[in-house]
Write a new protein. Structure first.
Length: 295
């Protein structure tokens, strides 16, 4: 049996055909340059049409806060026009097949729990480092959604506890913050480089790049330390495109361990692991939710 799995983000809709073995084929992506919920649903329909009659359902991973059971979108994330809609009902009405829905960070966590770096964990956190910092929490083998389906929303946590007006974590620990920090220090235009260009500078041994990455990992490492004190999990899975850079994950782990080294008492330490799945994580996690919605 085959399914159509989709990952709806702020810049594009990734999709693939998949079966129960989670093998992906017919992968593609279309931009999410839409102005309304109706236009967005029409785009979903256009992706579906070539597969009509060949798939038993559609598995959706989507940005925003949502109820995965009812399909109600509390917010649309980057796709603000989805707020207040029911995505399951809209897509089922357009395509005529069963539809499942889960938040994108939760899907990334599900992929790693199913067959990735968290298969041995009962309690874990996934942090997806992108434009912001997406988060998902596994407690006793189950996704923790929270009372209002807002759990894991790391981007808006405050880093400076002494300053209520301080910027949220997304402004300090998203990839954009790393690039902006480096651009300021190097005296180059902020929009003149992307993550790949930054790591090219780093690999060439540029001190300014190394210092920017050190500051970036220090901030994120402190955040992980605080989360571990509260949640006491087995491991943190670090995802997003930047997690494919071993130098980043290794330095982040060093910063986390340094925080525990300096603690006044001995505290249980989590493992810091790179996600196994990168660009395909949300597609795989969405399908896992579709096939086994209780995790």
């Amino acid at each position: 049996m085959q399914y159509l799995t989709m990952d709806v983000g702020g810049s594009g809709i990734k999709y693939a055909l998949a079966d129960e073995s989670y093998a992906l084929s017919h992968k593609g992506v279309v931009p999410t340059s839409y102005d309304s919920h109706g236009d967005f649903i029409a785009a979903i329909g256009r992706i579906y049409e070539p597969f009509r009659g060949t798939v038993a359902g559609i598995a959706l991973s989507c940005c925003g806060e949502l109820d995965p059971t009812s399909g109600y979108m509390f917010s649309g994330g980057a796709l603000v026009f989805n707020a207040g809609t029911n995505l399951i009902e809209s897509v089922e009405a357009r395509c005529g097949v069963p539809v499942s829905l889960e938040n994108d960070a939760n899907c990334a966590l599900l992929a790693e729990v199913h067959d990735g770096c968290l298969t041995d964990c009962r309690n874990a956190v996934a942090l997806i480092i992108g434009t912001g910092v997406g988060g998902a929490i596994l407690i006793n083998g189950q996704i923790y959604h929270g009372s209002h389906f807002h759990s894991g929303n790391a981007s808006f946590t405050k880093v400076d506890l002494c300053d209520p007006a301080s910027p949220p974590l997304a402004w300090l620990s998203g990839v954009g913050a790393l690039l902006a920090d480096y651009a300021r220090a190097a005296g180059v235009p902020a929009g003149s480089l992307d993550g790949r260009a930054f790591f090219d500078h780093l690999q060439r041994g540029e001190p300014t790049a190394a210092e920017a990455l050190d500051r970036f990992c220090s901030r994120l490492g402190q955040f992980i330390f605080n989360l571990q004190i509260i949640l006491d999990v087995d491991a943190f899975a670090i995802g997003g495109g930047i997690s494919a850079q071993p130098v980043f994950v290794n330095l982040l782990n060093d910063k986390v361990q340094a925080s525990f080294d300096s603690a006044p008492v001995t505290l249980p330490r989590p493992q810091i692991r790179s996600c196994r799945y990168f660009n395909d994580a949300n597609l795989i996690g969405a399908l896992h939710h579709h096939l086994a919605p209780t995790v």
